[in-house]
Structure formats: C-alpha cells, structure tokens
Design a protein around this ligand. Sequence first.
Ligand SMILES: [Zn+2]
Length: 418
Amino acid sequence: MILTYIFETYLDIRQHRALKLPTLPKPLLGVISDEKFKRSRDYRLHRSYFHFVYEAVTILMHTAILYFRVLPWVWKKSGELVKIVGLNAENEIIHTLAFLAGAAIWLQIIGLSFSLYSTFVIEAQHGFNKQTIWLFIRDMVKEIMLSMILGPPIVAAIIYIIQIGGHYVAIYLWGFMFVLAVLMMTIYPIVIAPLFNKFTPLPEGVLKEKIEKLAASLKFPLKKLFVVDGSTRSSHSNAYMYGFFKNKRIVLYDTLIQQCSNEDVIVSVIAHELGHWKLNHTIYFFVAVQLLMFLRFGGYTLARNSKDIFRSFGFNDKPIIIGLIIFQYAIIPLQHLLNFCLNLVSRAFEFQADAFAKNLGYAPQLREALVKLQEENLSTMNTDPWYSAYHYSHPPLVERLQALEVPDNEERQLLEII
Ligand SMILES: [Zn+2]
C-alpha cells in the first residue's frame, strides 16, 4: 500500500509540474482562450494541492488502522455494544452490522470534512458550485438513509452466503452480486436518481428531432430522452445513456445544452455515446467487471480460512467481514494495476467512439463540443504523459483533436489521387 502511495505521489508531482506550465500546449494555442486557460490552471492546481493532502491523510489513516490494530479493537467494542443493547453478540450478522455502523460513522466524519472543503471552497472559488449548504445537507441525509435501508440486508445476505457457501462460495457470491448489480441498474434510474435530481423529458423541438433521427438511423432503441437539472448543484456538464436491451434512455445535462452553441454540437456528443453502444463497449466493460468480481471472490475463498492472516492482523477468531476487509487491503496494489489496464482499454474505446461520430460526419461539431466541454469544465490542459497514461480513462484533448483531424480512409485516398 505504501509503495503504491509513493509511486502515485510521484506521478502526482509530475502532473503538478505540468499544471504549473505558464502556456497552453502548442496544439491548443488559439483553440482555447487565454482567459479559460488561466482559470483552468488555477482550478486544477487548487485541486492538485487538495489531492496531495487527501492522499496523505488516507494513507496515514489506513496505515494507522492496520499498525495500531484498530480493527480488532473496534470488532471487540462493537460486540460489547451489541450485548449492552441486549442483542445476541454470538450472531455474526448482528455483530457485523454493529461493526460496520461504527466504521460508517467514522468514514462519514472524515469524508465530510473533505467534501465540505471540496464543494464550498474549491468548487465555489472557481465558480462551479451552485448548491447551498442546505441542499448539501439534504443530499447527505438522503444518502445516509439510503445506505441504512439498503446496506444491512445486503451485508446480511453476503455474510449468510459465506457461512453456508462451502466449496462453491465464490460462485454463489458472484451470482448474488450479479443479481444485485442488475437490480440496482434497474431501480437506480427509476427510484434513486430522482431522489437527488429532476429528470424532465426533452421538450419537442429541433434538438429532439435531430437526436431521434440519429438514433433511428443507427437502430438505437431510444425509449426516452431526459434533461437532468445538473445545474442546481454544479456547472460541470455531461451526457450519458443507460438501460437494457430494447429500453434505452439518454440523459442530457441542462448545463450541456446551455453551453453548446447549436444543436448539431450536442448531437455530435450523442453520436459519440451511440458509438460506445454500437461498438458494444458497454457490454465488454460489464463482462470484464463481472469476471474480475468472480476472480476477486475466488481469491478471497483461498485466503479466508488462513489462521495466520487473521492472527497477523490481531484476530484470534475469524470474523467473515474482517476476512473480507483484510483481503481487500491486500489486493490494493493489484487493484491499481488493474485500473491502469482498464484505463488503457477505455482510452482505446474513446478513440473508437470519436471515430464513429466522425464517420457519421460529425467531426467538426465533435471538435467544437470537446473544446467547449474542456473549457467549461476547466479540464486539465497540460498533461504529464506518465500521469495521463496511468490515470486517464479518456485521452487528453490534444490527442482526441488530432485523431479527429486525420482524414478518413476515403478522404485520404482521394487526397492521394489529387
Ligand atoms: Zn466516450
């Protein structure tokens, strides 16, 4: 964990140095205005300083938790608390829920100070934050209530499955998580997302017609088109799609609609998103995530009965939740390596989706959209190649614009003939 931290901090320092450069990278000169560059530089440097503090606190906290044997202490105390309340501490599910409640309160306190600073200092100073402290508190209360409703049954089910799972526990766990993921993907947009944001159907008009025409031409089963009021919280902009099989929805941020100069620019963003769908990117990622989850449970099955592992972390018994937590700690470096690999694939997919939009004739509009989104979100202009190769799920703007500039095969042949 510490070695991973040192390596990633080295990358952060490299990126911080790139952020400090006083000029735009050459390909963006004249494309991005000087004013936007200055603002993005200030914003990203501020975020970068914040990130250093956040990462340092996180690694110190986790190291202290393991080194000072906080886990066995909290496990013991939560057991005593269960007894005081008059419940059965021998019941592992009840004991686990008490333990996790304590952990959740602690993480909530730590996380709160960071998210308050991030929202009301950084985002506010750079003109992104649109929410009041009341909206922030209301969101937080809703989130806590949701996790109090959804958390316990899920945790109880996982503990129960591991208790009775036997040799095939990895398969049962994976099956449970698969069903849960599908269930969440179904109810999240209908039940949970509307708790936080307002989704209204895109009004009739040129934009709607153009998107529907594009979807129809690609045989995309577009069922509904929504606008979400992202602007009540932040002026960051985006668009996404979701849904199964023949029941797809596209959601546009109201900020995206406000920021783009004409409909075709927005449609080019949709063309890119539809590229992800047409090229099966979403399915590939879903399968990869499922496979990795199965491997993770398999790894856990191998480690879960080792007395040595538990003893090394200060436990004489073998609580299931502790096994899961220790295993999770142990695979952190592997997890980061895996994220790097997934980023490699994701960036290749982004180029493919851009090329897809380009082949539909949206290259100039998509270029405009990418530049606009980059400006409005004050995204990083100067990127360190090591840092972006490791962390970025999307290629840097410079590379995307260059790829959109290269003529298509047909055009290239034509040029060669001329
Ligand atoms: Zn994309």
